[in-house]
Design a protein around this ligand. Structure first.
Ligand SMILES: Cc1cc2nc3c(=O)[nH]c(=O)nc-3n(C[C@H](O)[C@H](O)[C@H](O)COP(=O)(O)O)c2cc1C
Length: 223
C-alpha cells in the first residue's frame, strides 16, 4: 500500500472528537426522533447504547478519550446517555428501554461495576428496562453458547434492581421460561431464530402447552 493511501486510511478511520455543539445537536436529534415515534404511535422506544454505536463510544473508556465533562470518569462518560434519556423522555411518554453492551470483552473496558453504576443511574431516571447485549466496541473473539449473555441481564436485574431483557442464543420455549421463572430477566429478546422459523411463537406455545390464537385463516392448521 502506498504511503499516501495508508495515511489517508488512517485519517479516514480515526474519528474526530465531537464538539459540544455537535453533541447538543445529536441530543436534539434523539429528541426529534422520540417525537416522531410518538406521532407514529409506537408502543415503546429503545435507545441503542450498545454494539459500538455512538452512545457506546462515549460510555467506553476504550473509545472515549475526551477530557471535558463528557469524558474521563464513568459519571462523565454516562453524561451523553443521561441527556439522551432525558431528551427522549421529554417527548415520549411510553416505555423506554435502553440496549447496552454489558461486556466489552476487554480488560481495559467497562467492567460489571461500571455497568451496575450506569444501570442504577438509569433506574433513577425511570428507564423501564435494560436490554443486555454485549460486544461491538472493539473487535473481540466472543465465545457464544445458549444464553451466553443471560448472566449480564441477571446480574444487573439482581444488583441494580431494574428490569432487564435477556438476548442471545435463546432458541426454545423451555430455555426462555427457565430464565423468566428463575427471575434472571424480565423479558426475552430473540432475533436469529425468527430468520430460521417465522412460526417460532407457535412452536414455543406448543412446547409450553399454551394456546395461541392465530389469524383466522390459520385456524384449521393450528388447532
Ligand atoms: C441480521 C441481523 C441484524 C441485526 N441487527 C441489529 C440491529 O440493528 N440492532 C441491534 O441492536 N441488534 C441487531 N442484531 C442483533 C440481535 O438483535 C441480537 O442481539 C443477536 O442476534 C443475538 O440474539 P439471537 O441469538 O436471538 O439472534 C441483528 C442480528 C441479526 C442476525
Amino acid at each position: 500500500m502506498h504511503l499516501v493511501q495508508s495515511l489517508l486510511m488512517k485519517i479516514l478511520k480515526t474519528p474526530n472528537e465531537m464538539t459540544l455543539d455537535q453533541i447538543e445537536n445529536t441530543i436534539k436529534a434523539f429528541k426529534d426522533a422520540a417525537r416522531r415515534a410518538k406521532q407514529a404511535q409506537f408502543d415503546l422506544v429503545e435507545i441503542h447504547a450498545a454494539h459500538g454505536y455512538l452512545i457506546n463510544q462515549f460510555l467506553s473508556p476504550l473509545t472515549n478519550k475526551r477530557t471535558d465533562e463528557f469524558g474521563g470518569s464513568i459519571e462523565n462518560r454516562y453524561r451523553l446517555l443521561q441527556q439522551v434519556i432525558d431528551a427522549v423522555q421529554s417527548e415520549f411518554d411510553g416505555p423506554i428501554f435502553v440496549r447496552i453492551s454489558a461486556s466489552e470483552y476487554h480488560e481495559d473496558g467497562n467492567q460489571m461495576d461500571e455497568f451496575l453504576h450506569i444501570s442504577s443511574q438509569m433506574k433513577k431516571q425511570h428507564v423501564d428496562l435494560i436490554d443486555c447485549s454485549s460486544g461491538g466496541v472493539v473487535p473481540a473473539r466472543i465465545r457464544t453458547y445458549p444464553g451466553y449473555q443471560v448472566r449480564f441481564a441477571e446480574k444487573i436485574k439482581q444488583q441494580a434492581k431494574i428490569p432487564t431483557g435477556a438476548v442471545g442464543k435463546i432458541t426454545s420455549g423451555i430455555q426462555a421460561e427457565e430464565i423468566l421463572q428463575n427471575d434472571r430477566a424480565d423479558l426475552i429478546f430473540v432475533a436469529r431464530v425468527f430468520l430460521r422459523n417465522p412460526y417460532w411463537p407457535k412452536q414455543v406455545a406448543d412446547e409450553l402447552g399454551i394456546e395461541l390464537s392465530g389469524p383466522v385463516q390459520y385456524n384449521r392448521g393450528w388447532r
